[in-house]
Ligand binder design. Structure first.
Ligand code: ATP
Ligand code: MG
Length: 320
């Protein structure tokens, strides 16, 4: 079974990326043929400064290594190190109806947030289909926001297969319900582009400052509260052990716990959770030569796999 997924170098990684995706990357790398990539072509739709993009790419590789990706097991590569991706994206574009892209919620959302709609943002799901189909991926671990894009990927693959014969494998999403959408400070999906994140590698002081900003209602300490509809509590359940969750939920319902206390305890849990990864991160960041070696070796492995599928697609549609 081949596992594949990608993450954009569009800013520092946050706890939504961790629970929605990266934790599953780490879990699935054992016992599967695993490919994970830093999606820099995708990030060009939001990052428009070369040095900043290069910095984010390096940071994401180092973050993933620190969080437990094993470069001897998984291929941890950079999307643009495999330029075959863009050629396949073009072949796929030619069989993709406009209507499929027009209905994509993430495109509509970003437009609604006032983010300008370039063709790249519109065609994003086609490039994403190329990312996935290029590696004959069986399983794609992602957050809920990517579910629709995965459906588009499958539709495009089916369409291409119908026109040209059996070229592509149809991938399955792997989404864990409990962590499918991690809420941000403002209650919307936590997103690098929404300025509502708690970063994985924020220092403990910054984590506390951000936790204090989590939006809640204004019920005072004594008043009963509903843990099931509270973002703060939802974040708390990601980090706190079960008995502590039960204690806090009970005090929410009974009244007698303030949001301030929960925010402080959440911040302590987050800092402790990522402390070992923070130490590993410092170690990798101090050795950029080793990071470059990981990147180069993974690119070679990914490119070899990609070439096989791209050649199959080219032959099928009669180019080259
Ligand atoms: P951007 O705002 O630039 O789109 P992002 O924060 O959404 O960035 P991506 O790089 O697009 O991050 O997503 C990487 C992976 O993390 C994807 O699998 C995505 O589904 C997952 N993910 C992102 N945000 C969340 C979230 N809040 N909850 C669960 N999973 C998430
Ligand atoms: Mg996203």
């Amino acid at each position: 079974m081949r596992v594949l997924s990608g993450i954009q170098p569009s800013g520092p990684l946050h706890i939504g990326n961790y629970f929605g995706a990266i934790r599953q990357y780490v879990e699935l790398q054992r016992g599967h043929d695993a490919y994970y990539f830093v999606a820099d072509y995708h990030a060009l739709t939001s990052v428009r400064a070369a040095d900043r993009l290069r910095g984010y790419v390096f940071d994401v590789i180092v973050d993933l290594l620190a969080l437990g990706l094993d470069p001897d097991v998984a291929a941890l590569f950079v999307q643009s190190d495999v330029p075959e991706t863009t050629e396949l994206a073009w072949l796929l574009t030619t069989v993709t109806p406009m209507g499929w892209l027009e209905k994509c919620v993430s495109f509509k959302d970003k437009v609604q947030q006032g983010i300008p709609a370039d063709h790249g943002l519109f065609a994003y799901p086609v490039l994403q289909a190329a990312d996935i189909l290029l590696y004959d991926a069986d399983v794609v671990p992602v957050g809920q926001d990517q579910k629709q894009h995965l459906e588009v990927t499958r539709d495009i693959a089916e369409r291409f297969n119908n026109v040209y014969g059996a070229v592509f494998k149809l991938p399955e999403p792997y989404i864990l319900d409990a962590v499918a959408v991690v809420p941000g400070l403002d209650g919307r999906k936590m997103s690098k582009s929404y300025d509502n994140t708690i970063e994985i590698f924020d220092d403990p002081k910054t984590i506390l400052k951000k936790c204090k900003k989590i939006v809640t209602d204004s019920r005072p300490v004594e008043e009963p509260k509903d843990p099931d509809t509270d973002n703060l509590f939802q974040l708390f359940t990601l980090f706190a052990p079960a008995d502590e969750q039960a204690e806090v939920a009970r005090r929410y319902r009974a009244g007698g716990i303030g949001y301030g206390e929960v925010k402080t305890r959440l911040a302590e849990h987050i800092a402790a959770w990522f402390a070992p990864a923070r130490a590993r991160r410092a170690e990798w960041a101090a050795h950029p030569g080793r990071v470059a070696e990981v990147r180069a070796a993974a690119a070679a492995r990914a490119r070899q796999a990609a070439r096989i599928v791209l050649d199959r697609a080219r032959r099928a549609c009669g180019v080259g």
